[in-house]
Design a binder for this molecule. Structure first.
Ligand SMILES: CSC[C@H]1O[C@H](OP(=O)(O)O)[C@H](O)[C@@H]1O
Length: 356
């Protein structure tokens, strides 16, 4: 499924680097003009980097937390795996508390706890080695999933199409290639996608600062739009698909994603554009029945008061800064994961795709 694309050309951007001693994170607060890595030598440093959005993107924060668990394991002086679980738990809790909405964080930490349990049961290698192998597996699986989803999602897009995307869902948000941006990369490579539009994604500007940078690195022509221009763009008829990522997909297909996604879905439906959510199965949370149960992260209102460090708002005004919203499954035409495509998602079709 994935042999038609030269993936090496998309591997230049690596936001997460495990050195064997520390986790190096490409500091996404400084992109696109400063390429600088943050070296995290402890699990708390990783938790801080996730909270501060030095590393962001649902899959990327899950992968980073997994490596954070490896760093925590190295910091505790126990040999017995049974003692390790209890000693490790506070650090895992601090990693999990770094951001609330993306389920990938909790999912990755659950994978690490399960690896520790297997080590405790005496299955094979030393427990610290088992955790390191699990973190590597989580990262490797994510890259393979993205490449597969790219082809699956691109197969839905007819030749000659225009696509609008939101936030950043590329190599910077994952183990590589990206989710929604992976579909765009595959669709462009196959000649299906002729026009790529990226929303700037206020207030953190993931689209303007990160997605535009990734697409220019690829040599893929792209047009940046203000978030507020999206409906007007769709009215002109140049957008056939809106393709976005996800931070948590519920059991009925309701999807939490970057703030502004919900209004894109409403506008897409009004203007006859299709709406695609692309995310690995690590983003699917079958334990959460529907979108109103998802905790929506609210960040410091001050993020709305300045651009690139320059204040643009009068003193004294209040601000409300939710950084995710929920798109109801009825506005989603397709959910693409590495396990396959769920068209017109609802509780039944989601359960059929994710039975256990
Ligand atoms: C493949 S990234 C998924 C998701 O994460 C982003 O949020 P943030 O930049 O705040 O971490 C955005 O919602 C992406 O769609």
């Amino acid at each position: 499924m994935t042999d038609a694309i030269d993936y090496a050309r998309y591997d230049r951007i690596r936001p997460i680097r495990w050195t064997g001693e520390a986790l190096e994170l490409l500091d996404q607060r400084k992109l696109p003009f400063v390429v600088e890595y943050l070296s995290c030598a402890s699990s708390d440093a990783v938790a801080d980097a996730i909270h501060a959005l030095a590393v962001r993107g649902a899959p990327a924060i899950g992968i980073s937390a997994a490596w954070g668990a490896v760093l925590a394991a190295r910091a505790i002086e126990v040999t017995d795996a049974a003692d390790a679980a209890a000693r490790l738990e506070p650090a895992l809790q601090r990693l999990n508390a770094a951001r609330p909405t993306a389920v990938n964080l909790a999912w990755a930490l659950a994978r690490m706890r399960a690896a520790l349990l297997r080590a405790q049961a005496g299955e094979g290698m030393d427990w610290r080695a088992a955790l390191e192998a699990e973190a590597l597996a989580i990262e490797t699986e994510d890259l393979a999933a993205n490449r597969n989803m790219g082809m699956l999602g691109a197969s839905l897009i007819a030749p000659g199409s225009g696509v609008l995307t939101h936030c950043n869902t590329g190599s910077l948000a994952t183990a590589g290639f990206g989710t929604a941006l992976g579909v765009i990369r595959a669709g462009v490579a196959q000649g299906h996608i002729e026009r790529v539009y990226a929303g700037e994604t206020r207030p953190w500007q993931q689209g303007a600062r990160l997605t535009a940078w990734e697409l220019m690195q690829d040599g893929i022509p792209a047009t940046l739009i203000a978030d507020s221009a999206a409906a007007h763009l769709m009215k002109t008829g140049v957008v056939q698909w809106v393709v976005v990522g996800a931070d948590r997909i519920c059991a009925n297909g309701d999807t939490a994603n970057k703030i502004g996604t919900y209004q894109l879905a409403i506008s897409a439906r009004h203007h006859g554009a299709k709406f695609m959510v692309v995310a690995p199965s690590s983003t699917v949370d079958m334990e959460t029945a529907s979108g109103e149960l998802i905790e929506i992260e609210e960040r410091d209102p001050a993020e709305l008061f300045a651009i690139a460090g320059t204040r643009t708002v009068a003193e004294g005004v209040a601000a409300w800064n939710p950084v995710f919203d929920v798109t109801p499954h009825g506005l989603i035409d397709a959910i693409v994961t590495e396990k396959g495509i769920v068209e017109h998602p609802d509780a039944a079709s989601m359960r059929a795709m994710f039975p256990d």
